[in-house]
Design a protein around this ligand. Structure first.
Ligand SMILES: *Cc1c(COP(=O)(O)O)cnc(C)c1O
Length: 376
């Protein structure tokens, strides 16, 4: 859930009173500040996380005939961006302990047609980038990171936002910072950044040098693009939110710590593992329900929690099981067994910076009362 305060509201009001509502100084300022925040050379603001993924897939040159390897355990948008570009999604299974894309399985899926890997920092934990980079180097592949869960995270001290060739973020209200709707792509490659700036603006260039050479009204549409622009109004909101990012991430980590401590007393609740090499950004706090021990299915725990007014959820239905993917690409159940088994066991607990310690204890107590039993 989002956390919008008076300073955020004031920042938006100031833009509404200014000369620019869209594509003005606030977009440029946000791109500069965001690039600095994640220590990337370039940041390109767009209208959603989905637009960020689409722009990234476009910039990497993904097209018809290209295969792109994508983890099964993610939101559909991680795969849809490949389909928008006419590419073929190849679904890859995940590591059972983290539910992150499994590099060993990735390598088995590489063919001469493979163009790229989409890595998703599921729940906010960065993937095993050393292993993924070995594969991209060995087979000359691109790495597109869906970092929509992981703003503020690190892998071996390197910021999320610098780990892929292009990295996509979302400013949806459930994410770390919000614009209502919005997104960002980061890259260290100025050529890719320029391509994405043209793509988000109908494919139109407005090169100032060309304008000087020809006429002030001159522009050219060089490729088919979209209107994926972020407004100055939204940019002002994100800029104000970004001043609180560190606090938001720290609060999420503290909530996770409280959950983890509490679950030592439960034999039927297993939080996902965290690798030593990462700083987790905790978009989600995901547990696995061991229904043999709890004698309750995940679905039953889900409805008992909802009945107590607690906003649990399930992230995600494995993408290859969606009817669209089954009918268009012939994907089927059984294809990614680890993700499919996990799908029946996972439960996302409430996780947002506005929760206090008491709220966390309330969620834990509700889980305890769900089965009426813990380890002790
Ligand atoms: C939120 C999210 C998106 C899409 O972001 P929007 O801003 O809603 O378009 C894509 N991928 C993942 C993993 C997400 O969590």
């Amino acid at each position: 859930m989002h956390d919008v305060d008076d300073a955020d509201i004031q920042a938006v009001v100031e833009v509404l009173k200014s000369d620019w509502l869209t594509t003005g100084p606030k977009v440029r300022e946000l791109e500069r500040v965001f690039a600095q925040t994640v220590q990337a050379k370039e940041a390109v603001a767009v209208s959603s996380g989905t637009a960020a993924l689409h722009a990234a897939a476009y910039a990497l040159g993904i097209g018809a005939g290209d295969e792109v390897i994508i983890p099964a355990m993610t939101f559909a948008a991680s795969a849809n961006c490949v389909v928008y570009q006419g590419g073929t999604p190849i679904f890859c299974d995940v590591d059972p302990s983290t539910l992150l894309i499994d590099p060993y399985q990735v390598e088995k899926l590489v063919t001469p047609r493979t163009k790229a890997i989409v890595a998703v920092d599921y729940a906010g934990q960065p993937c095993d980038y050393d292993a993924l980079r070995k594969i991209t180097q060995k087979y000359d592949l691109k790495l597109l990171v869906d970092a929509c869960h992981a703003l503020g995270g690190t892998y071996k001290k390197k910021s999320v936002g610098t780990l892929g060739d292009v990295n996509a973020f979302s400013f949806h209200p459930v994410k770390h910072v919000t614009a209502g709707e919005g997104g960002m792509v980061t890259t260290d490659d100025p050529v890719l950044a320029r391509r994405m700036r043209i793509f988000r603006n109908h494919g139109i260039t407005t090169d100032s040098h060309e304008r000087e050479q020809k006429a002030a009204w001159f522009y050219e549409m060089q490729d088919l693009g979209f209107n994926y622009r972020l407004t100055d109004i939204q940019s002002a909101l994100v800029l104000s939110q970004l001043t609180k990012l560190q606090h938001f991430v720290e609060r999420r980590r503290r909530i996770a710590e409280l959950y983890r401590e509490s679950f030592r007393g439960f034999d039927w609740i297993e939080p996902l593992e965290i690798r030593d090499s990462v700083a987790h950004a905790y978009h989600l706090f995901v547990i696995r329900v061991d229904s043999k021990k709890s004698r309750l299915t995940r679905d039953k725990v889900f409805s008992l929690m909802r009945a107590q007014g607690i906003g649990v959820n399930v992230h995600y239905i494995p993408v290859h099981l969606h009817p669209f993917y089954q009918s268009r690409f012939g994907t089927k159940p059984g294809q990614c067994p680890v993700a499919e088994v996990a799908y029946n066991e996972i439960l996302s607990l409430p996780m947002f910076p506005g929760m206090n310690d008491e709220d966390v204890r309330h969620v834990v107590a509700a889980l305890r009362s769900a089965t009426g039993r813990t380890k002790d």
